[in-house]
Design a protein around this ligand. Structure first.
Ligand SMILES: *[C@@H]1O[C@H](CO)[C@@H](O)[C@H](O)[C@H]1NC(C)=O
Length: 292
Protein backbone atom coordinates (compact mmCIF):
# COMPACT_ATOMS: atom_id res chain seq x y z
CA UNK A 1 0.00 0.00 0.00
CA UNK A 2 1.31 3.44 -0.96
CA UNK A 3 0.41 5.08 2.35
CA UNK A 4 2.36 2.57 4.42
CA UNK A 5 5.46 2.66 2.27
CA UNK A 6 5.48 6.47 2.33
CA UNK A 7 5.16 6.35 6.12
CA UNK A 8 7.91 3.77 6.44
CA UNK A 9 10.06 5.88 4.09
CA UNK A 10 9.50 8.90 6.31
CA UNK A 11 10.30 6.89 9.43
CA UNK A 12 13.42 5.50 7.80
CA UNK A 13 14.53 8.94 6.68
CA UNK A 14 14.02 10.28 10.20
CA UNK A 15 16.00 7.38 11.65
CA UNK A 16 18.79 7.99 9.13
CA UNK A 17 18.88 11.71 9.90
CA UNK A 18 18.89 11.06 13.62
CA UNK A 19 21.64 8.50 13.24
CA UNK A 20 23.71 10.95 11.18
CA UNK A 21 23.15 13.60 13.81
CA UNK A 22 24.12 11.28 16.65
CA UNK A 23 27.26 10.12 14.88
CA UNK A 24 28.61 13.65 14.64
CA UNK A 25 28.33 14.01 18.40
CA UNK A 26 29.40 10.56 19.59
CA UNK A 27 31.51 8.37 17.31
CA UNK A 28 31.46 4.70 18.24
CA UNK A 29 30.32 3.50 21.60
CA UNK A 30 31.76 0.34 23.15
CA UNK A 31 28.58 -0.27 25.11
CA UNK A 32 26.39 -0.21 22.00
CA UNK A 33 28.81 -1.67 19.47
CA UNK A 34 30.74 -4.39 21.32
CA UNK A 35 30.28 -7.58 23.33
CA UNK A 36 32.86 -8.83 25.82
CA UNK A 37 33.97 -12.26 24.57
CA UNK A 38 36.24 -13.52 27.34
CA UNK A 39 37.94 -12.52 30.57
CA UNK A 40 34.77 -11.38 32.37
CA UNK A 41 35.53 -8.41 34.64
CA UNK A 42 39.02 -8.10 33.13
CA UNK A 43 37.29 -6.20 30.32
CA UNK A 44 35.86 -2.89 31.49
CA UNK A 45 33.65 -0.48 29.61
CA UNK A 46 34.06 3.01 31.10
CA UNK A 47 32.73 6.56 30.65
CA UNK A 48 29.37 5.49 29.29
CA UNK A 49 30.97 3.49 26.50
CA UNK A 50 33.68 5.93 25.40
CA UNK A 51 36.55 3.90 26.86
CA UNK A 52 37.34 0.24 27.26
CA UNK A 53 40.21 -1.40 29.10
CA UNK A 54 41.39 -4.99 28.73
CA UNK A 55 43.57 -6.69 31.27
CA UNK A 56 45.60 -9.84 31.53
CA UNK A 57 46.61 -11.80 34.62
CA UNK A 58 48.01 -15.28 35.21
CA UNK A 59 44.57 -16.85 34.84
CA UNK A 60 43.19 -15.14 31.75
CA UNK A 61 43.36 -12.37 29.21
CA UNK A 62 40.28 -10.59 27.91
CA UNK A 63 38.66 -9.50 24.68
CA UNK A 64 35.71 -8.04 22.87
CA UNK A 65 34.05 -8.25 19.46
CA UNK A 66 31.65 -6.09 17.49
CA UNK A 67 27.97 -6.89 17.67
CA UNK A 68 27.75 -6.30 13.92
CA UNK A 69 29.41 -7.80 10.89
CA UNK A 70 30.76 -5.60 8.13
CA UNK A 71 31.60 -6.00 4.46
CA UNK A 72 34.17 -3.29 3.68
CA UNK A 73 34.71 -0.12 5.66
CA UNK A 74 37.10 2.06 7.56
CA UNK A 75 37.69 0.98 11.17
CA UNK A 76 39.49 3.31 13.56
CA UNK A 77 40.38 2.72 17.17
CA UNK A 78 42.62 4.57 19.58
CA UNK A 79 44.85 2.42 21.66
CA UNK A 80 47.33 2.86 24.52
CA UNK A 81 49.42 -0.27 24.98
CA UNK A 82 50.59 -2.06 28.14
CA UNK A 83 53.37 0.11 29.64
CA UNK A 84 56.63 -0.95 31.26
CA UNK A 85 57.58 -4.59 31.02
CA UNK A 86 55.02 -5.91 28.51
CA UNK A 87 57.14 -8.91 27.44
CA UNK A 88 55.01 -11.93 26.51
CA UNK A 89 51.79 -9.95 26.09
CA UNK A 90 49.97 -9.54 22.79
CA UNK A 91 47.35 -6.84 22.24
CA UNK A 92 45.21 -7.08 19.12
CA UNK A 93 42.80 -5.16 16.89
CA UNK A 94 41.59 -7.09 13.86
CA UNK A 95 38.78 -8.04 11.53
CA UNK A 96 37.80 -11.65 10.96
CA UNK A 97 35.08 -13.74 9.37
CA UNK A 98 34.00 -17.16 10.64
CA UNK A 99 34.81 -20.68 9.45
CA UNK A 100 37.80 -22.62 8.17
CA UNK A 101 38.28 -20.66 4.93
CA UNK A 102 38.07 -17.40 6.82
CA UNK A 103 39.30 -13.94 5.93
CA UNK A 104 41.20 -11.84 8.45
CA UNK A 105 43.02 -8.49 8.62
CA UNK A 106 45.31 -8.18 11.64
CA UNK A 107 47.02 -5.62 13.78
CA UNK A 108 48.93 -7.35 16.63
CA UNK A 109 51.10 -5.52 19.13
CA UNK A 110 53.82 -7.73 20.55
CA UNK A 111 55.06 -6.52 23.93
CA UNK A 112 58.69 -6.31 25.00
CA UNK A 113 60.87 -5.99 28.07
CA UNK A 114 61.16 -2.46 29.49
CA UNK A 115 63.03 -0.11 27.20
CA UNK A 116 62.72 -2.36 24.16
CA UNK A 117 60.33 -1.56 21.33
CA UNK A 118 56.97 -3.14 20.66
CA UNK A 119 56.67 -4.99 17.37
CA UNK A 120 53.62 -4.16 15.25
CA UNK A 121 52.67 -7.29 13.39
CA UNK A 122 50.30 -7.15 10.39
CA UNK A 123 48.83 -9.97 8.34
CA UNK A 124 46.08 -10.63 5.80
CA UNK A 125 44.24 -13.94 5.43
CA UNK A 126 42.08 -14.71 2.42
CA UNK A 127 40.06 -17.92 2.33
CA UNK A 128 41.99 -19.37 5.26
CA UNK A 129 45.45 -18.58 3.88
CA UNK A 130 47.69 -16.04 5.60
CA UNK A 131 51.51 -16.01 5.51
CA UNK A 132 51.60 -12.35 4.47
CA UNK A 133 53.30 -10.79 7.48
CA UNK A 134 54.88 -7.38 7.67
CA UNK A 135 56.28 -6.12 10.98
CA UNK A 136 57.27 -2.68 12.17
CA UNK A 137 58.83 -0.80 15.05
CA UNK A 138 57.10 2.48 15.84
CA UNK A 139 58.39 6.04 15.64
CA UNK A 140 56.78 6.86 19.01
CA UNK A 141 56.17 5.23 22.39
CA UNK A 142 52.76 3.50 22.02
CA UNK A 143 52.38 3.18 25.80
CA UNK A 144 52.72 6.90 26.62
CA UNK A 145 49.55 8.14 24.89
CA UNK A 146 46.65 7.05 22.70
CA UNK A 147 47.33 6.65 18.98
CA UNK A 148 44.89 5.84 16.20
CA UNK A 149 45.15 2.49 14.40
CA UNK A 150 43.08 2.08 11.25
CA UNK A 151 42.11 -0.76 8.95
CA UNK A 152 40.70 0.55 5.68
CA UNK A 153 39.19 -2.25 3.62
CA UNK A 154 37.57 -1.78 0.23
CA UNK A 155 37.22 -4.00 -2.82
CA UNK A 156 40.50 -2.77 -4.34
CA UNK A 157 42.86 -2.74 -1.37
CA UNK A 158 43.48 -2.93 2.35
CA UNK A 159 45.39 -0.06 3.95
CA UNK A 160 46.83 -0.21 7.47
CA UNK A 161 47.31 3.23 8.97
CA UNK A 162 48.75 4.57 12.20
CA UNK A 163 47.79 8.14 13.08
CA UNK A 164 46.60 8.40 9.48
CA UNK A 165 50.02 7.44 8.12
CA UNK A 166 49.79 4.42 5.78
CA UNK A 167 52.18 1.71 6.93
CA UNK A 168 51.07 -1.05 4.56
CA UNK A 169 48.91 -1.55 1.49
CA UNK A 170 47.68 -4.96 0.39
CA UNK A 171 46.21 -4.61 -3.10
CA UNK A 172 43.59 -6.75 -4.73
CA UNK A 173 45.57 -8.99 -7.09
CA UNK A 174 42.78 -11.36 -8.00
CA UNK A 175 43.58 -10.73 -11.67
CA UNK A 176 46.89 -12.53 -11.01
CA UNK A 177 45.19 -15.32 -9.06
CA UNK A 178 45.84 -14.01 -5.52
CA UNK A 179 42.85 -14.44 -3.18
CA UNK A 180 41.50 -11.22 -1.69
CA UNK A 181 38.98 -10.86 1.18
CA UNK A 182 35.87 -9.49 -0.43
CA UNK A 183 32.82 -11.66 0.10
CA UNK A 184 32.81 -12.79 3.73
CA UNK A 185 31.48 -10.27 6.26
CA UNK A 186 33.85 -9.70 9.19
CA UNK A 187 33.51 -8.65 12.79
CA UNK A 188 35.90 -6.36 14.64
CA UNK A 189 37.85 -8.06 17.43
CA UNK A 190 40.29 -6.94 20.09
CA UNK A 191 42.09 -8.83 22.82
CA UNK A 192 44.93 -8.88 25.29
CA UNK A 193 46.46 -12.27 25.97
CA UNK A 194 49.60 -14.12 26.97
CA UNK A 195 51.78 -15.49 24.16
CA UNK A 196 55.14 -15.72 25.89
CA UNK A 197 55.90 -18.96 24.08
CA UNK A 198 56.61 -16.92 20.88
CA UNK A 199 55.80 -13.22 21.10
CA UNK A 200 58.84 -11.52 22.58
CA UNK A 201 62.27 -11.92 21.07
CA UNK A 202 61.17 -15.23 19.61
CA UNK A 203 59.80 -16.56 22.94
CA UNK A 204 63.06 -16.11 24.85
CA UNK A 205 61.65 -13.37 27.10
CA UNK A 206 58.72 -14.53 29.26
CA UNK A 207 55.85 -12.68 30.89
CA UNK A 208 56.79 -11.32 34.33
CA UNK A 209 53.67 -12.21 36.31
CA UNK A 210 54.85 -10.17 39.32
CA UNK A 211 53.87 -7.13 37.16
CA UNK A 212 50.31 -8.42 36.51
CA UNK A 213 47.62 -7.35 35.85
CA UNK A 214 48.65 -5.87 32.50
CA UNK A 215 46.26 -3.33 31.02
CA UNK A 216 45.70 -1.91 27.53
CA UNK A 217 43.22 0.93 26.90
CA UNK A 218 40.96 1.41 23.88
CA UNK A 219 39.10 4.59 22.98
CA UNK A 220 36.99 6.13 20.20
CA UNK A 221 36.08 3.11 18.13
CA UNK A 222 34.60 4.28 14.84
CA UNK A 223 33.37 2.23 11.90
CA UNK A 224 32.45 3.92 8.65
CA UNK A 225 31.37 0.77 6.95
CA UNK A 226 28.79 -1.44 5.29
CA UNK A 227 27.11 -3.22 8.16
CA UNK A 228 25.59 -6.56 7.19
CA UNK A 229 22.19 -6.91 8.83
CA UNK A 230 20.00 -9.89 7.97
CA UNK A 231 21.95 -10.45 4.77
CA UNK A 232 21.56 -6.81 3.64
CA UNK A 233 24.28 -4.18 3.54
CA UNK A 234 23.46 -1.03 5.48
CA UNK A 235 25.85 1.89 5.81
CA UNK A 236 26.70 2.71 9.43
CA UNK A 237 25.45 6.07 10.60
CA UNK A 238 28.83 7.70 10.20
CA UNK A 239 29.07 6.09 6.74
CA UNK A 240 26.17 8.24 5.65
CA UNK A 241 27.99 11.33 6.88
CA UNK A 242 31.19 10.39 5.20
CA UNK A 243 29.65 9.82 1.79
CA UNK A 244 31.50 6.50 1.51
CA UNK A 245 34.86 8.08 0.64
CA UNK A 246 36.61 5.02 2.06
CA UNK A 247 35.06 2.70 -0.53
CA UNK A 248 37.44 3.73 -3.29
CA UNK A 249 40.24 5.26 -1.20
CA UNK A 250 43.79 4.62 -2.29
CA UNK A 251 47.02 6.52 -1.73
CA UNK A 252 47.79 9.87 -3.24
CA UNK A 253 51.38 11.03 -3.85
CA UNK A 254 51.76 12.27 -0.25
CA UNK A 255 50.41 8.96 1.08
CA UNK A 256 52.84 7.01 -1.08
CA UNK A 257 55.74 9.13 0.24
CA UNK A 258 54.75 8.48 3.83
CA UNK A 259 54.34 4.76 3.14
CA UNK A 260 57.85 4.72 1.61
CA UNK A 261 59.21 6.47 4.70
CA UNK A 262 57.59 3.95 7.08
CA UNK A 263 58.61 0.95 5.00
CA UNK A 264 62.21 2.04 4.57
CA UNK A 265 62.80 3.33 8.11
CA UNK A 266 60.49 1.32 10.38
CA UNK A 267 59.71 -2.02 8.76
CA UNK A 268 61.60 -4.88 10.40
CA UNK A 269 60.12 -7.84 8.51
CA UNK A 270 58.46 -8.30 5.12
CA UNK A 271 57.43 -11.76 3.92
CA UNK A 272 58.09 -10.51 0.40
CA UNK A 273 61.81 -10.21 1.22
CA UNK A 274 62.02 -13.65 2.88
CA UNK A 275 63.44 -15.84 0.15
CA UNK A 276 64.50 -18.53 2.65
CA UNK A 277 60.89 -19.02 3.56
CA UNK A 278 59.75 -19.32 -0.03
CA UNK A 279 62.51 -21.34 -1.71
CA UNK A 280 60.26 -22.07 -4.69
CA UNK A 281 59.69 -18.39 -5.39
CA UNK A 282 58.09 -15.45 -3.66
CA UNK A 283 54.29 -15.20 -3.52
CA UNK A 284 52.77 -13.71 -6.71
CA UNK A 285 51.73 -10.41 -5.11
CA UNK A 286 55.34 -9.73 -4.08
CA UNK A 287 56.24 -9.10 -7.71
CA UNK A 288 54.09 -5.99 -7.70
CA UNK A 289 55.11 -2.69 -6.16
CA UNK A 290 54.09 -2.43 -2.52
CA UNK A 291 53.42 1.27 -2.95
CA UNK A 292 50.29 1.04 -5.11
C1 LIG B 1 62.02 -6.39 21.38
O1 LIG B 1 63.28 -5.76 21.42
C2 LIG B 1 64.27 -6.38 20.62
C3 LIG B 1 65.58 -5.67 20.89
O2 LIG B 1 65.48 -4.30 20.56
C4 LIG B 1 63.84 -6.33 19.16
O3 LIG B 1 64.77 -7.02 18.36
C5 LIG B 1 62.46 -6.97 19.00
O4 LIG B 1 62.01 -6.79 17.66
C6 LIG B 1 61.47 -6.31 19.94
N1 LIG B 1 60.12 -6.83 19.84
C7 LIG B 1 59.75 -8.07 20.17
C8 LIG B 1 58.30 -8.35 20.09
O5 LIG B 1 60.51 -8.95 20.49
Amino acid sequence: MKGTSYLSFKVRLTVLLMAALVSTTFAGNFKNDMDITFGGARANILNGGQDLTLSLDQYSGSGFQSKHEYLFGRFDIQLKLVPGNSAGTVTTFYLSSQGAAHDEIDFEFLGNSSGNPYTIHTNVFAQGKGNKEQQFHLWFDPTAAFHTYTILWNSQRIIFLIDNIPIRVFSNNEASGVAFPKSQPMRVYASLWNADDWATQGGRVKTDWTKAPFTASYRNFNAIANMVVGGNQVPTSSGINDNQAWSSQGLDAAGRNRLRWVQSKHMIYNYCDDRNRFPNGLPTECKQSRFL
